[in-house]
Design a protein around this ligand. Structure first.
Ligand SMILES: [Zn+2]
Length: 313
């Protein structure tokens, strides 16, 4: 599954490869992939055709491309956006039609024909094997704090379906002290708070486990009993882990190809606890332990991250 660093890599690629391009045509091959669009596949095509892509923004794992009109008398401040969520297996591929030819990926769900991208005509292809991902055109709503809606766009607006989601740890407009307080008010375990998209977006199971190990905090610690510095340490660790993943890439693309690859090199090379059941902790050599957690797993070092007694610490 693409995690936040992979989605950020895609956002960065889209920003460079398709900003300024105009949508000439749209083909939807699988209606289910535009199920979140009000107005169905035909409406989706209508609302995209002839619009200009004004950039690429992201909050958590949601990506959006603000849309403007092409005519000089039209809308120049974006009021709508093409919104994408990659789900479990989604990819956005930017392809040169001259090279792609009649290339048909078996899981191609939608194709957006672009003119005037920085390197010429392009296809923006949405490929999604498991079809949990989706595309839609949605209205933009002003942000309550007046800050940019997400990373990558100066526009103080966010797609309506994303408005209820917390800013993520890589968002320059994140209010860190407010986030610390939000976590401490949750009356839950710290890992549940990290995974709650209304608290902070984009922290998945893998990064939560890695951050908690790095901060030496057990996942079940009660947030309302954690001090501000300890919560801050966990958030710093999560930010570090994701920033390092971003730096190490593992996701490669050139000007023909924007890819999301959940099996990025980072995951196999650098994980400290996640997926390492029974292997030695990289700090103290104690075997890593795995617990059932919210229908998934939590990996911890039992020495570095002692389980709280009675929720107390
Ligand atoms: Zn350890």
């Amino acid at each position: 599954m693409p995690e936040l660093p992979e989605v950020e890599t895609v956002r960065d690629g889209l920003d460079r490869l398709v900003t300024g391009a105009v949508v000439r045509d749209v083909e939807v091959f699988r209606d289910y992939s535009v199920r979140r669009h009000d107005g169905g596949p035909a409406g989706f095509v209508d609302q995209l055709r002839g619009r200009r892509l004004a950039g690429a923004a992201r909050r958590g794992k949601y990506l959006w491309l603000p849309l403007t009109d092409v005519a000089p008398t039209g809308q120049t401040v974006p009021a709508a956006a093409l919104l994408a969520h990659l789900g479990m297996s989604g990819q956005l591929l930017v392809r040169d039609p001259a090279v792609a030819g009649e290339w048909e990926h078996p899981h191609l769900r939608a194709r957006i024909h672009l003119d005037g991208a920085p390197s010429g005509a392009r296809y923006l292809d949405f490929v999604d094997q498991r079809t949990f991902g989706h595309l839609s055109v949605t209205d933009l709503a002003p942000t309550p704090d007046g800050a940019p809606g997400g990373r990558g766009s100066p526009l103080p607006a966010v797609p309506e379906p994303v408005a209820h989601i917390g800013r993520d740890l890589l968002d320059p407009a994140l209010d860190r002290p407010a986030l610390v307080e939000r976590v401490r008010r949750r009356r839950t375990g710290i890992k549940r708070a990290l995974l709650d998209q209304a608290v902070v977006s984009g922290v998945g199971n893998i990064y939560a486990d890695e951050a908690l190990w790095r901060a030496r905090v057990h996942y079940a610690r009660a947030t309302d009993r954690m001090t501000r510095p300890v919560v801050g340490r966990v958030l710093d660790a999560a930010t570090e882990v994701m920033t390092e993943a971003l730096g190490q890439g593992g996701t490669s693309f050139d000007d023909l190809y924007v890819d999301v690859n959940g099996e990025s090199g980072y995951f196999s090379r650098s994980l400290a606890v996640y997926g390492r059941l029974g292997e030695p902790c990289r700090r103290c050599a104690t075997p890593v332990r795995r617990d059932e957690f919210m229908n998934r797993s939590s990996f911890t070092c039992p020495v570095c991250q002692p389980r709280p007694r009675n929720g107390r610490w």
